[in-house]
Design a protein around this ligand. Structure first.
Ligand code: ADP
Ligand code: AMP
Length: 215
């Protein structure tokens, strides 16, 4: 299964990808998670990406395209793209790479949600820097406050989830990323809208109904 999840930061893409991956077995490829791993490892890419990520801007297209096309090539059986493509240029590059490999995306899901809900979600997001598990202080709390259920590590707030950076990330989304939906519609791809302003279970259910229908 090859799926793209579109939607603003904080819409719940990562949360839903984990569940989709468990149900259908496709690899979860989050461009943000890959960049954070590069930063942690101190690679050249991680160093270059740092200033863009910290300010809520997008990392330059060519760096992201090379990184994500490389990641996709390692997952021939299927993947869930989370956070990529984030510009029309990235969407075009992905289409070109897929066409060259004779592959196609099975579905494009667009998680829809208002900015006002996103701000509350992102300010309460906590993540495990070891395993990447994502929680929310009130919507999806861990069993013990501040501690990851899976590995007992301390949870932390992403620096780019601070209010001033969140504001920039939303501006970036509206200015550069929202157009990706229009791009796919223009090239004749069906984009499946999902109401993401529901409980995690309700959103998963809506997604599973659509993905089950693909089989
Ligand atoms: P994205 O990957 O789109 O940036 P996340 O999956 O990390 O978003 O979710 C952002 C925050 O919102 C997290 O703290 C997560 O626990 C919480 N969250 C995700 N989906 C929902 C939902 N349906 N209802 C309430 N909170 C949610
Ligand atoms: P995310 O974890 O998806 O919220 O991404 C965190 C940050 O990584 C973003 O604010 C961007 O700075 C950067 N990033 C992630 N994916 C992309 C992408 N496809 N294109 C450009 N920058 C990206």
């Amino acid at each position: 299964m090859k799926i793209i999840l579109l939607g603003p930061p904080g819409a719940g893409k990562g949360t839903q990808c984990k569940r989709i991956s468990e149900r259908y077995g496709a690899a979860h490829l989050s461009s943000g998670d890959i960049l954070r791993a590069e930063r942690k490892a101190g690679t050249q890419l991680g160093k270059e990406a740092q200033r863009y990520m910290d300010s809520g801007a997008l990392v330059p297209d060519q760096l992201i395209i090379d990184m994500m096309i490389g990641a996709i090539k390692k997952c021939p059986k299927g993947y869930l793209l989370d956070g990529f493509p984030r510009t029309v240029v990235q969407g075009e590059a992905l289409d070109k790479a897929l066409a060259a490999a004779g592959e196609k995306i099975d579905a494009i899901l667009n998680l829809q949600i208002d900015d006002s809900v996103i701000i509350a979600r992102m300010s309460g997001r906590r993540s495990c820097s070891k395993c990447g598990a994502v929680y929310h202080v009130s919507n999806q709390p861990p069993k013990v406050a501040g501690i990851c259920d899976s590995d007992g590590e301390m949870l932390s707030q992403r620096p780019d989830d601070k209010p001033e950076v969140v504001e920039n990330r939303l501006k970036t989304y509206h200015a550069q990323t929202a157009a990706v939906v229009g791009y796919y519609q223009k090239v004749g791809r069906k984009v499946i809208d999902i109401d993401a302003d529901k409980s995690v279970d309700a959103v998963s259910k809506a997604i599973f109904v659509k993905l089950d229908a693909l089989k």
